[in-house]
Design a protein around this ligand. Structure first.
Ligand code: TEU
Ligand code: CA
Length: 540
């Protein structure tokens, strides 16, 4: 298996709006990230994934871009981003930018020209004379009428996010220019937003009846996807030492293997979503009781199917997902379950991703009022639910559990007002538990979740078997124990996780002669795992 830096380093995702506000206007910014580089260095991460900072009307907090080559003033300027790249590289940290090219903002010049059918821009987007019945990821219709052009245009997300027409070579050339512009600035790679949606059936046939995402069969992992990704790789990416991680909604391991097989030269790795359905019916708003066996089944399916074929990512959180400790862990066993989840996940094979705040055990927020939620998806889904006669109370329960704003509350730096994120009222309310859960407290406490994450990160650097070893489940059918081994021809690493709030008795422990290199409990009983106890054994 090819050894490379983007398999070995931890990636830390920053949602800039909520990370750190250096000029006290209530919105996080690029200069704020620069100020926090020493913190990131102390954690030990090697790569930053920065969510979009480009010019945008912020309808979807920057995932609706109106100028790919300039920076939104609330985040800073082009010289700020150049300074960020310079300072990160000085600290031996690489930078991955968010590439959102399935769609632009409707404020983008290209869309304004397309409405007017101006020259080559006429076909930069998807237009139809008649309405098409596809539905949007954000609820409601995915085709909206534009009064000026007097045609319908496609937006798989918000109305303000028209989908680009990737069958148009001029559009693909525009994307290549954007990628080249940022690579030439010293960027080290891209997280590619909903990249498996870019190729569509351009005849726009109606979708077959479906409760969710009507029309998805006409764009989900369309065959042209591989052709376009390979073209982008061949013409631009291949000329740089960089990597790409595709966000691929509803992808299966077979397609993911094609997308990430090194010899196909398409993407370096993908974010799949199977394990994020461990507590819902594939649409997060239709929740189900979480069972750890469901998480284990999907994570190990991907370990086994991609092993030796493609390359995986390891994540439980991002800016679209509510906090893992609320979904898969336990607030009662806050430290134990957060550290067990980290152990369970990060000793598997794949590039590990940490989302801001996860390393200190930040949790979901619980705003009482709908207006405290800022996310467009949350408000659209609320409106749709109410139209379907669901009660306000029922919708608020879903929102409190699954709103993306759970991951977007200001980063909790210390116990001062607004959690040290800003001296100004933040754009979204701070989670009131910041006095208890914050970076300062975590750094000062040698037994904190932060210190445990530092240890996990340093072990990965020390033991290549964690990166490159083969994977095998142990005790797969066991509903409480999540255990697996990593091995090569000389070493074996064994991970044991008690994925429950009860003690678990081991019938035997064959690893007592191995070195116990990590545990989230100080004293370890040979045959008894305490609630959410995690252990990592290594035999060299
Ligand atoms: O997310 C894709 C997407 O489908 C998300 O909406 C996610 O699947 C869902 O919210 C989880 O239930 C990407 C970006 O990560 C997201 O922030 C953007 O809103 C979206 O694309 C449009 O760019
Ligand atoms: Ca600011």
């Amino acid at each position: 298996m090819k050894k490379t830096w983007y398999k070995e380093e931890f990636v830390y995702q920053i949602y800039p709006r909520s990370f750190y506000d250096s000029n006290n206007d209530g919105i996080g910014d690029i200069k704020g990230i620069i100020e926090k580089i020493p913190y990131l260095k102390e954690l030990g991460i090697g790569i930053i994934w920065l969510s979009p900072v480009y010019k945008s009307p912020m309808e979807d907090n920057g995932y609706d871009i109106s100028d790919y080559l300039d920076i939104a003033e609330e985040f800073g300027t082009l010289s700020d981003i150049k300074l960020l790249i310079k300072e990160l590289h000085k600290a031996k940290i690489k930078l991955v930018m968010d590439l959102v090219v399935n769609h632009t903002s409707s404020e983008h010049l290209w869309f304004k020209k397309s409405i007017k059918k101006q020259g080559k821009y006429k076909d930069y987007y998807h237009w139809e004379k008649e309405k098409v019945n596809w539905t949007s990821f954000f609820g409601g219709e995915a085709w909206s009428f534009n009064g000026e052009r007097e045609e319908y245009y496609l937006h798989l997300f918000a109305k303000g996010q028209p989908d680009l027409n990737w069958d148009n070579p001029d559009v693909r050339d525009e994307v290549k220019n954007i990628i080249k512009f940022w690579l030439d600035k010293g960027v080290d790679g891209f997280r590619c937003d909903v990249i498996n949606l870019i190729a569509k059936n351009n005849k726009h046939p109606n979708g077959k009846p479906s409760l969710i995402l009507k029309g998805k069969e006409h764009y989900l992992s369309h065959p042209n996807l591989h052709k376009y990704l390979h073209e982008i790789y061949r013409d631009v990416l291949s000329k740089y030492d960089c990597f790409t991680v595709g966000e691929t909604v509803f992808v299966n391991p077979e397609v993911a293997s094609l997308l990430t097989a090194p010899n196909r030269k398409e993407l370096s790795m993908v974010f799949q979503f199977d394990h994020m359905a461990a507590d819902n019916h594939y649409v997060k708003w239709f929740m189900k009781k979480f069972k750890s066996i469901n998480l284990k089944k999907s994570l190990s399916k991907w370990q086994n199917k991609l092993n030796g074929k493609g390359w995986n990512t390891l994540y439980l959180e991002n800016h679209d997902q509510s906090r893992s400790i609320n979904r898969f862990g336990s607030l009662e066993y806050h430290y134990e379950s957060a550290t067990m989840l980290a152990t369970m996940l990060y000793f598997q094979q794949g590039t590990p991703f940490i989302y801001q705040g996860q390393e200190i055990g930040m949790t979901n927020v619980s705003y009482e009022h709908l207006d405290d939620y800022q996310d467009i998806e949350t408000h659209n889904i609320y409106a749709m639910g109410r139209k379907l006669l669901m009660s306000h109370k029922r919708m608020m329960k879903k929102i409190k559990m699954m709103s993306r704003d759970n991951a977007r509350t200001p980063m909790q730096w210390n116990d001062s007002k607004h959690a040290g994120f800003s001296t100004h009222k933040p754009w979204i309310k701070t989670n009131p538990n910041y006095k208890n859960i914050n970076v300062q407290k975590s750094i000062d406490d040698e037994n904190s979740i932060f210190q445990y994450y530092r240890e996990v990160i340093s072990l990965r650097k020390k033991h290549p078997i964690i990166v490159y070893g083969a994977y095998q489940d142990i005790n797969f059918r066991n509903k409480k124990l999540y255990s697996y081994r990593r091995y090569n021809n000389t070493e074996e690493l064994v991970v044991l996780c008690n994925f429950s709030d009860k003690e678990y008795s081991l019938k035997q422990n064959k690893h007592l002669n191995y070195a116990l290199i990590l545990s989230n409990y100080k004293d370890n009983n040979a045959l008894l795992l305490k609630p959410y106890e995690a252990r990592v054994y290594l035999k060299k």
